[in-house]
Design a protein around this ligand. Structure first.
Ligand SMILES: Nc1ncnc2c1ncn2[C@@H]1O[C@H](COP(=O)(O)OP(=O)(O)OP(=O)(O)O)[C@@H](O)[C@H]1O
Ligand SMILES: [Mg+2]
Length: 358
């Protein structure tokens, strides 16, 4: 029934031929970073778009296609080009980012530099860059100290590619938006997938991953409709349905099996979103679970009085989180008299309570 399990695995980077529809974004990315391959500087770019729109996937394609060295005018190999992929989920600090970069640059693990000051780590990176360095900062909005972005941007030889959900998240506040440094990064929007694109993504996975006839196009259409424009969700539903069909001894997917496959993958998707948010954001979610439905003011007050937090947040910052939680489908919004009120989705509460086991 299953020919290639990797093709059904949302956590695995797919081979280039399984990536459908994102050619124009990937070509734009390649053209922005191409000067580096000829030994020149680029102003870099940033990707933004909703969850499951292929941002991480596209950035990985770019990194995989970057050659190991620049090419000189007479066609010979020039300076080395290093690449680094840093996942900033769970709120990385400026120090964490530098430590990870040093490790990528071959300077050994963080434990070998326990007492080095963060500024010293920054200087060490400059010394370690031997040519060019392209840095992807995935989930860059999770970085606690945004200054690290500007510092990296200003390093000679470094080209940046941060990834965020919403374009404004790259800039910590209004003042940053006026800061000309990061605004030089070219924005590359990743629009959410429509259902027909999701069907194409699923069909490509099914062609490679499944025996012929295991899943019909009409079932892929139903999966697409249930996926809320999110390719991760779509692939996850397909995988769970097929695994469920196999465990039931069925030779093909049916609508009934599909119904049983969907709730399971919803919790998979939620779990992956929960692992992508910071500890502080998770505390905020738990606060919403306790007091919701509630508007942003009382949520901010309860959050700030929670014993577990290490830093108070402004209502504006909490509103940004609420918008992120909504995009990730972790909370829902209701209109009440004094503005929108937020509450945790029931399934999120169940996952947080551990009622739904992985
Ligand atoms: N155009 C595509 N063709 C094939 N597979 C895709 C495509 N876009 C996304 N996928 C797959 O969908 C899943 C989610 O994609 P990805 O992780 O790149 O999303 P994302 O935009 O980074 O989401 P998030 O904001 O949650 O990190 C991955 O398994 C990826 O391989
Ligand atoms: Mg991603």
């Amino acid at each position: 029934m299953i020919v290639d399990q990797d093709a059904l695995e949302p956590k695995k980077q797919p081979p280039r031929e399984l990536i459908v529809h994102r050619n124009s974004e990937i070509n734009t990315l390649s053209s922005i970073f191409e000067p580096v391959t000829n030994g020149h500087q680029t102003s870099g770019a940033f990707i933004y778009g909703p969850p499951g729109s292929g941002k991480t996937c596209a950035a990985n394609v770019l990194l995989n296609e970057i050659p190991a060295t620049t090419v000189t005018e007479n066609g010979t190999s020039g300076e080395p080009i290093e690449t680094a992929y840093i996942d900033c989920y769970n709120g990385k600090s400026r120090r964490d980012v530098y430590q990870e970069l040093l490790e990528t640059l071959g300077e050994g693990p963080a434990q070998t530099r326990p007492s080095a000051a963060t500024d010293q780590l920054r200087r060490q990176i400059l010394d370690a860059i031997d040519g060019h360095l392209i840095v992807v900062l995935d989930e860059a909005d999770q970085i606690g100290e945004k200054d690290v972005l500007k510092e990296l941007y200003e390093m000679t030889g470094v080209a940046l590619l941060p990834i965020v959900t919403k374009s404004h998240q790259l800039f910590a506040d209004a003042e940053d938006r006026l800061d000309s440094r990061l605004t030089a990064l070219t924005p590359i929007p990743f629009r959410s997938y429509d259902e027909s694109t999701l069907v194409k993504i699923l069909q490509a996975r099914a062609n490679v991953g499944l025996e012929r006839g295991v899943v019909e196009r009409e079932h892929l259409q139903i999966i697409a409709e249930r996926s809320r424009n999110d390719a991760r969700r779509a692939i996850s539903i397909l995988k769970n349905t097929v695994l469920h069909a196999r465990s039931e001894g069925a030779g093909e997917v049916t609508t009934d099996l599909l119904d049983k496959g969907s709730p399971m993958s919803q919790s998979d998707v939620i779990r992956s979103h929960l692992s992508a948010i910071s500890r502080s954001q998770r505390i905020c979610l738990e606060v919403i679970g306790k007091i919701g439905p509630e508007t942003s003011g009382p949520i901010t007050d309860s959050y700030c009085s929670d014993m577990r937090i290490d830093e108070e947040r402004s209502q504006r910052a909490i509103r940004d989180w609420l918008s992120d939680f909504k995009t990730r489908d972790l909370i829902c919004e209701r209109d009440v008299q004094n503005g929108p009120a937020y509450e945790l989705r029931e399934i999120v509460q169940q996952v947080l309570d551990g009622e739904i086991e992985p």
